[in-house]
Design a protein around this ligand. Structure first.
Ligand SMILES: [Zn+2]
Length: 428
């Protein structure tokens, strides 16, 4: 029986959201947390975009060093030969990529002004897949943009052609959040049965059903005899009304009625990273976590009314489906109410040494965040060099760095230098 894998797209769909963005260091920390959580793949950025180049290369170096391992790091490009070739020119170390092509009449007519048929679209896509295969990729995923508004026969034809040319997965994009759980179940099942590829579910929340649709689509793919891959973003941040929320999707797979135990994750997920990753993404995006957010919202385990409070005090299972400790919650959080020394873009060595001396916790060689490590510098020169990087990181983030960003810079200064190099690159 097929399994479900999580592909987080925060660093692609999340960052392309209007009015929002992340620094390259924040994107990198998100990859570190996703890896620590056990997420199968992070769609970590745009290989054809020039300002992503050093960030993508630096993260692939972290993968080689074993820090971002075993997570797959995949790039996203349009299914256009020129884009595929440009991506490899810029990032030759890429191993995994998704190629995206619009498939609905609405999109084809709108974007190409009626100048293309579905066969033209399939032809362009297969040329791009061939180009990607010749670059030595390990995994090529093919995305059908606006799949939910695409004629199913055309979608099957598109998927079969992708498979014939060596694609490993077909991404069903409910780009406008148009599906409901019943329609996406049928579509995913039909694709799994007729195309014979694992199906990726990429769902949006325009009608409030992104998580439900992701689960229903996954069930359809598995019932159709294939693995399912669900695209998520942290806190559901994504285009317009957002994507399927990472933590909510995992909780729904693991805890929902008649799903848990039958339709299972294919990777070990450490749910206890949930609270930390949600808090970090909220801070980095500057978007508060809604009070009623599943699992990680401030009210997710709060009870006030008499009957509920009495019930949960006698037996927590009366009004709670799962325990807060499973999500990494329950530790008290300290908020400084007196003197505070922070790092910033104009910090000096004395304040910096003070801040770093107070941090306990570091990143172990395998990328795991270790609470027992501490930061120390071998000499003043090293401390000055790290401080300089911290100043630049503050310039880019325009807000105080969190401890784990400081730890990351101290531990991987050469990687941090690449992440912070954002001058427009000269030539190609
Ligand atoms: Zn999307």
């Amino acid at each position: 029986m097929g399994k479900i894998y999580i592909i987080d797209v925060t660093n692609r769909d999340g960052v392309q959201t209007a009015k929002l963005g992340l620094s390259k260091l924040e994107k990198t920390l998100i990859n570190v947390y996703l890896n620590e959580m056990g997420v199968f793949q992070s769609e970590f950025g745009f290989p054809t975009t020039r300002h992503e180049q050093l960030y993508l290369q630096a993260n692939l170096e972290l993968a080689e060093m074993g820090v971002l391992k075993p997570i797959h790091l995949s790039g996203w490009v349009r299914a256009v030969v020129d884009d595929v070739e440009l991506a490899f020119k810029r990032i030759p170390q890429l191993k995994h990529m998704n190629l995206s092509m619009s498939t609905s009449n609405q999109m084809i007519n709108g974007k190409f002004r009626g100048g293309k048929s579905i066969d033209d679209i399939i032809g362009k896509m297969t040329e791009a897949v061939d180009a990607a295969a010749s670059c030595g990729l390990e995994t090529i995923g093919v995305n059908a943009e606006d799949a939910s508004r695409t004629d199913l026969k055309n979608l099957i034809k598109f998927g079969k052609a992708a498979k014939e040319h060596g694609a490993a997965r077909l991404r069903y994009c409910d780009t406008l959040g148009y599906d409901n759980p019943f329609t996406i179940y049928d579509a995913a099942k039909a694709l799994a049965e007729n195309v014979g590829l694992p199906v990726e579910l990429h769902c949006h929340g325009d009608l409030g059903m992104a998580v439900a649709n992701s689960l229903a689509g996954a069930k359809g793919a598995i019932d159709g005899g294939q693995d399912a891959y669900i695209n998520t973003t942290i806190n559901g941040i994504g285009e317009r009304a957002g994507n399927a929320d990472l933590v909510a999707v995992i909780l729904a797979i693991m805890k929902s009625k008649d799903f848990a135990g039958k339709y299972c994750l294919g990777q070990d997920i450490d749910l206890s990273i949930s609270y930390k990753i949600a808090k970090f993404a909220s801070y980095a995006f500057k978007v508060p976590i809604p009070i009623n957010q599943p699992g990680v919202g401030a009210n997710a385990f709060a009870h006030a009314s008499g009957i509920h409070a009495d019930g949960v005090l006698k037996d927590k299972g009366t009004y709670e489906l799962y325990d807060f400790t499973e999500l990494g919650r329950g530790e008290p959080e300290q908020v400084e109410t007196g003197r505070e020394i922070c790092t910033g873009q104009y910090s000096g060595i004395s304040g910096f040494r003070h801040v770093m001396g107070q941090i306990i916790g570091g990143i172990a060689a395998d990328g795991h965040i270790d609470g027992d490590m501490s930061i120390s510098f071998h000499n003043d020169k090293e401390a000055e060099e790290i401080l300089e990087l911290v100043r630049y990181a503050n310039v880019e983030a325009q807000k105080p760095l969190v401890e784990e960003e400081l730890v990351f810079i101290a531990k991987y200064p050469d990687i941090a230098r690449k992440l912070l190099t954002l001058r427009p690159l000269d030539g190609e």
